[in-house]
Design a protein around this ligand. Structure first.
Ligand code: ADP
Ligand code: GLC
Length: 494
C-alpha cells in the first residue's frame, strides 16, 4: 500500500517535540508490514541544508499566491517529498516561530500551502505516484482533507491528533486567501466560534481520527481535556481511536547509543555510573555527591507541569538528591526553575535549550526522570527513560497513565511496577510522588527491580504499527480501491 504522510516536522531533519520522533519512525515500522510511506514536509532552511540530492518533480506557479516546487529525496531510510517554497519557509527561526519566539504571522498560509500541495498529490499531480491513503498529523496538515474533498478527491484520510492544544486558528476573513469557497466556512467544516480552525476542518473531513493513546482518546471527549473541540470529537466518536506511540529502538538503545560515554544494558546497569559522572560535570554539579539524580528533558510549558516542579524540586535536594532540568519553553517557567536552582548551587542545574546528544546523555546518566504533565497525549520521554533504566515519576494522565505502572504494593509484588504516578495533578501530588521515589531509592533492591522491569517493558513500534496498518487497510478496503504494488517514484513521475 502506498501512503502519503503529511507533517510539519520529522526526525532527524527537523524536530521541536515528539511529533517529529513519531513521523520519523512510524514509516520504518510500517515498511515491515508492506506499507510504503512517502512524507511531505516543508522545505525549511534546516531541511534544505541537509538534503544531499533531490529530484525536482513538479512546480506550482500559484500555490496560494506563492511559487513552490516539489522535490523528492531519500534521507536516512525515509522517502520524502519536500515542498520548496522560499517565500514561505526560507527564513530564520524555527518551524513555527521567528528568532524572538513569536509565531510567524503567516503560519496560516505556510501550513495551508503544505496541505494544498498534499491534496494535489492525492489528486494525482504526480502521475504514477498516487497514494491509496493520506495520513495527516495535527493542525498543520489538517486542511489536506478539506482541500481534497473540495476537489472530490475521496482517497481515505487518517488524521492523528498529537496535541489538541494547538488547533490552527485564523480569522474568517482569510477564507478566500485559503482558496476555499464560502460553503467551507460552515459548522460542519471550518467555522469555529467565529474563526477558522484548520484542525476542526480536518476532524470533520478525515475518515478516521486517531490520537496517540487510548486514554487521551477518552479524555478529549470531555470538556476538561477537549480544548473546545470535545463537541466535534463526540460527534465523530465512531471514527476515533487511540493508538499508543512506539519508540525507535535503534535510536534509543543504551547498548549502542553513540552519545553515551559508556554503553550498557539490563545486565550491566552499574556502568551508568560512568555516564552519571560525565553528566554531572556537564551540568556543573557536585560529582562527589552520592544520591539519586532526578532529571527532566522537556518542553517547559504549562502542559508539562514544570511550574509545579519549580516548587517541589527542593524535596529532591533536601532528601539528598540532585536535579537536572533541560529544555525550553515559557519564559516564566524557565525563570521559576532557574530561581529554584539558584538556591541549590552544585545540587540543581537548569539548562535552557535543547540538543539531541545531551537529551540522550541525561537518560544515560540519571536515576529518575520527572514528567508532571497536566495533560499528555502520549509522551515519549518516559518511554526513553524506561529503556535507559531511569525510573519515571509521572502524573496519571493520558499516555503517561498507561505506559508507566505505579510502584504500589500489588504491582511490586507482581513484579510489574516501573515507576511512580501521582494524581490529582497538583504540586502536593507531585511532592508526594517525589518523596515516594526518593524513599524507594533508599532500598537498592527495590530500585533495581524497578529499573529492570522498566528496561524489559516493550514499547517498540511493532504492535502500534500493526494497529495503524489495520486502520489503513480497513479504510482502503471500504473505499473500494485496488491496492497497487509499490512504485519507483522517479520512474513513475519522470
Ligand atoms: P512533546 O512532543 O509534547 O514535547 P514527547 O514526550 O512526546 O513530548 O516528546 C518529547 C521529545 O522531544 C523527546 O524526544 C525529547 O527529547 C524532545 N524534546 C524535549 N524538549 C525539547 C525541546 N525543547 N525542543 C525539541 N525537542 C525537545
Ligand atoms: C505531542 C504530545 C505528546 C506526544 C507527541 C507525539 O507533542 O504532547 O504527548 O507523545 O505529540 O505523538
Amino acid at each position: 500500500m502506498r501512503v502519503l504522510s503529511v507533517t510539519s516536522e520529522i526526525f532527524p531533519l527537523v524536530k521541536t517535540g515528539g511529533l517529529a520522533d513519531v513521523t520519523g519512525s512510524l514509516p520504518k515500522a510500517l515498511a515491515a508490514l508492506g506499507i510504503e510511506t512517502t512524507t511531505l514536509i516543508p522545505g525549511y532552511p534546516k531541511v534544505m541544508e541537509q538534503l544531499k540530492s533531490a529530484t525536482p518533480l513538479v512546480t506550482f506557479e500559484d500555490l496560494l499566491g506563492e511559487k513552490a516546487s516539489l522535490l523528492h529525496t531519500r534521507f536516512e531510510g525515509l522517502s520524502l517529498f519536500v515542498l520548496d517554497a522560499p517565500s514561505l519557509y526560507d527564513r530564520p527561526g524555527g518551524p513555527y516561530v521567528d528568532e524572538r519566539g513569536a509565531d510567524h504571522p503567516d503560519n496560516w498560509k505556510r501550513f495551508a500551502a503544505l496541505s494544498l500541495a498534499a491534496a494535489e498529490i492525492a489528486d494525482g499531480v504526480l502521475p504514477g505516484w498516487v497514494p491509496e491513503l493520506v495520513h495527516t498529523h495535527d493542525w498543520q496538515s489538517a486542511l489536506t482533507s478539506v482541500y481534497m474533498r473540495e476537489r472530490n478527491c475521496m482517497t481515505p484520510v487518517v488524521l492523528t491528533i498529537h496535541n489538541l492544544a494547538f488547533q490552527g486558528q485564523c480569522g474568517a476573513e482569510l477564507l478566500d486567501h485559503l482558496g476555499l469557497p464560502p460553503h467551507a466556512y460552515s459548522m460542519d467544516r471550518l467555522e469555529y466560534f467565529g474563526d477558522i480552525s484548520f484542525l476542526k476542518g480536518g476532524l470533520q473531513t478525515a475518515d478516521a481520527i486517531t490520537t496517540v493513546s487510548p486514554t487521551y482518546a477518552r479524555e478529549i471527549l470531555t470538556p476538561r481535556f477537549g480544548m473546545g473541540m470535545d463537541g466535534v470529537l463526540n460527534a465523530r466518536v465512531s471514527v476515533l481511536r487511540g493508538i499508543v506511540n512506539g519508540i525507535d529502538l535503534d535510536i534509543w538503545d543504551p547498548s549502542t547509543d553513540p552519545h553515551l560515554p559508556r554503553n550498557y544494558d539490563v545486565g550491566s546497569l552499574r556502568r551508568k555510573r560512568e555516564n552519571r559522572a560525565v553528566l554531572l560535570e556537564l551540568f556543573g554539579l557536585d560529582a562527589s555527591h552520592e544520591g539519586p539524580v532526578f532529571s527532566a528533558v522537556s518542553r517547559l510549558t504549562w502542559q508539562k507541569g514544570f511550574d509545579m516542579f519549580a516548587e517541589t524540586a527542593d524535596e529532591v535536594v533536601n532528601n539528598g538528591g540532585m536535579v537536572i532540568v533541560f529544555g525550553q519553553g515559557d519564559k516564566d517557567i524557565e525563570q521559576a526553575l532557574l530561581n529554584t536552582a539558584s538556591r541549590f548551587a552544585g545540587r540543581m542545574a537548569v539548562h535552557v535549550g535543547y540538543d539531541e546528544p545531551t537529551a540522550h546523555l541525561i537518560h544515560g546518566g540519571s536515576d529518575a526522570i520527572v514528567q508532571p504533565s497536566r495533560f499528555e497525549p502520549c509522551g515519549l520521554t518516559q518511554l526513553y527513560a524506561l529503556r535507559y533504566g531511569c525510573v519515571p515519576v509521572v502524573s496519571r494522565t493520558g499516555g503517561l497513565s498507561e505506559t508507566i505502572i505505579d510502584a504500589n504494593d500489588a504491582a511490586m509484588s507482581a513484579r510489574v511496577a516501573t515507576g511512580f504516578q501521582f494524581h490529582p495533578v497538583t504540586t502536593d501530588g507531585l511532592r508526594l510522588a517525589l518523596r515516594r521515589a526518593l524513599h524507594a531509592y533508599q532500598d537498592p533492591k527495590m530500585w533495581a527491580r524497578l529499573q529492570n522491569q522498566g528496561m524489559k517493558a516493550k514499547f517498540s513500534w511493532e504492535r502500534s504499527a500493526q494497529q495503524y496498518a489495520a486502520v489503513y487497510a480497513n479504510l482502503v478496503r471500504k473505499s473500494g480501491q485496488v491496492v497497487a504494488p509499490a512504485a519507483d517514484i522517479r520512474r513513475a513521475v519522470l
